[in-house]
Design a protein around this ligand. Structure first.
Ligand code: HEC
Ligand code: HEC
Length: 429
């Protein structure tokens, strides 16, 4: 069958809303008779990416279409169902998903809801109830961008990278270590992160695809499997499938290396024009260089606020212009969009926060403290963050020199701090 919606038996949110109304009526009759039932919490649902849909100016029926396609393809938080083509293990997803449940043998599933969703949100949008209190904010998996991994900058993390993040946590952030969970549970959670991320990126793809529609499509996306898979889903799932091939090729650290000379060379590179680490990490290495930039997730929201402000200014000016009826109608549509976008941003995005370059004198690294981890970070930079890749500007053996210098910094008590910056100043950072 060619139509994905028919191909999977879906309950659309509209249908659900109707069922709810019906339920309300039935309950209204039942409750006075039998004071049981109807007291259950509603099933968890995925939240639509309203920031993106508002940005793309989708109509509510287009939003509805996206929601229906997503449910057909990916199921619900309680009943996740990944299309076989994307290569996820549905048994693992089942273990990670759903409400927290236990039986006589102990807890069986609901792992994500138990351990992750209060930070990362049921949808994986990084907006669980705890998120607003944290800095940095928990990761929003939906853009499919991950920071701490062994692959080239633009590539997805490998499965093992995700497992490592879960085992070790991200030191210096509120992302905890889940080392006490069994291997099977960690595996299931890593798979579930991939599922949420692929689902989120497909959602973005669908929302952006409306922009490319022809007039004859009349604002409705094609629902053929061919369109959905070839145009939207495959490009995302293929990136995950080839992550293992994108692992950074790391040359061995030169044997018989003179460590003192290597550290000195690394220091020169750190302050030099080529690597220019000093620009952000500061003359002191305390992370007090350029600190007014945002990571990608915050930048999207920051720029959306700017768009709204700019459009509001423009609208204010336009209000005094003479306009034809047609122009006046367009102007009203614009104002209505502006109003909605502003409300959506207030209710669906966390306040943007600038990102701080790492204080390199503490020896605390999110992505791991092995020399290899630092090599990965410096070679590829940090995807989604302003930290650039040294690949291409600094030859591989010199990256090792920078690694050695970075590793010496926490012990460099006579370094560049000078008498005017006593050590206590450093401890306060
Ligand atoms: C107390 C809050 C909290 C909890 C609970 C939590 N995380 Fe996180 N997580 C974070 C924060 C904060 C970050 C982002 C850190 C950063 O950007 O430096 C993060 C980042 C991540 C990342 C992204 C790593 C990368 O390379 O970009 C993954 C994957 C992740 N968490 C998975 C999980 C999973 C799975 C669980 C549950 C088993 C979980 N987290 C539980 C706060 C949390
Ligand atoms: C444009 C600014 C910028 C430049 C240039 C820059 N960094 Fe960074 N760096 C950052 C930011 C911001 C972070 C924090 C990223 C995050 O937490 O996601 C960071 C993080 C780091 C980390 C911590 C990684 C971890 O696992 O926690 C190291 C190490 C690092 N940078 C080293 C370097 C080195 C070495 C150079 C020069 C080759 C460099 N940086 C150049 C902005 C920069």
């Amino acid at each position: 069958m060619n139509n994905v919606i028919a191909w999977r038996n879906v309950t659309s949110p509209l249908f659900k809303a109707r069922t709810k109304n019906l339920l309300a009526v039935v309950c209204g009759i039942c409750i006075p008779l039998v004071a049981v039932g109807c007291g259950q919490t509603p099933a968890a649902s995925f939240r639509l990416n309203l920031v993106e849909s508002s940005k793309q100016r989708l109509t509510s029926s287009q939003e509805q279409q996206v929601a229906t396609i997503l449910t057909a393809l990916f199921g619900t938080p309680d009943e996740p169902l990944a299309p076989p083509e994307i290569g996820l293990d549905n048994a693992k997803l089942k273990l990670a998903a759903g409400p927290v449940r236990s039986d006589i043998v102990g807890r069986k599933n609901g792992l994500y809801r138990e351990h992750c969703s209060h930070c990362h949100g049921v949808t994986g949008d990084g907006m669980g109830p705890t998120a607003a209190f944290l800095n940095p904010y928990p990761r929003d998996y939906r853009p499919g961008v991950f920071k701490f991994k062994s692959t080239e900058r633009a590539d997805k993390p490998t499965h093992d990278d995700l497992v490592m993040v879960l085992r070790n946590g991200l030191a210096g952030s509120s992302m905890p270590s889940f080392a006490l969970l069994s291997d099977a549970k960690i595996e299931a959670l890593a798979e579930y992160v991939k599922y949420l991320s692929i689902r989120g990126e497909v959602e973005l793809g669908l929302m952006r695809a409306y922009f490319e529609l022809d007039d004859e499509d009349q604002g409705v996306l094609p629902q053929s499997r061919e369109f959905l898979f070839e145009e939207i889903i495959d490009p995302v799932s293929e990136m995950w499938a080839v992550a293992d091939e994108a692992i950074i090729d790391v040359p061995d650290m030169p044997s018989g290396l003179d460590m003192v000379a290597s550290i000195a060379k690394g220091k020169e590179l750190f302050y030099g024009n080529k690597a220019n680490c000093v620009k952000c990490h500061g003359v002191s290495g305390l992370g007090d260089g350029q600190a007014n930039d945002y990571d990608d997730w915050n930048k999207v929201v920051f720029q959306a606020h700017k768009t709204v402000e700019g459009a509001a200014e423009q609208a204010e000016k336009a209000s005094t212009w003479e306009m034809s009826t047609e122009e006046r109608d367009e102007y009203r549509v614009e104002l209505a969009w502006l109003d909605r976008f502003e409300t959506v941003l207030d209710g669906n995005a966390l306040r943007p926060r600038t990102i701080r370059p790492r204080n390199l004198r503490q020896g605390v690294y999110r992505g791991g403290m092995r020399p290899l981890d630092l090599y990965y970070r410096i070679h590829a930079g940090i995807n989604g963050a302003p930290m650039p890749a040294a690949k291409g500007t600094v030859p591989p053996e010199e990256i090792w020199d920078i690694v050695n210098y970075i590793r010496s910094l926490p012990y460099d008590f006579n370094g560049t701090l000078g008498a005017d910056r006593p050590m206590v100043a450093r401890d306060r950072m």
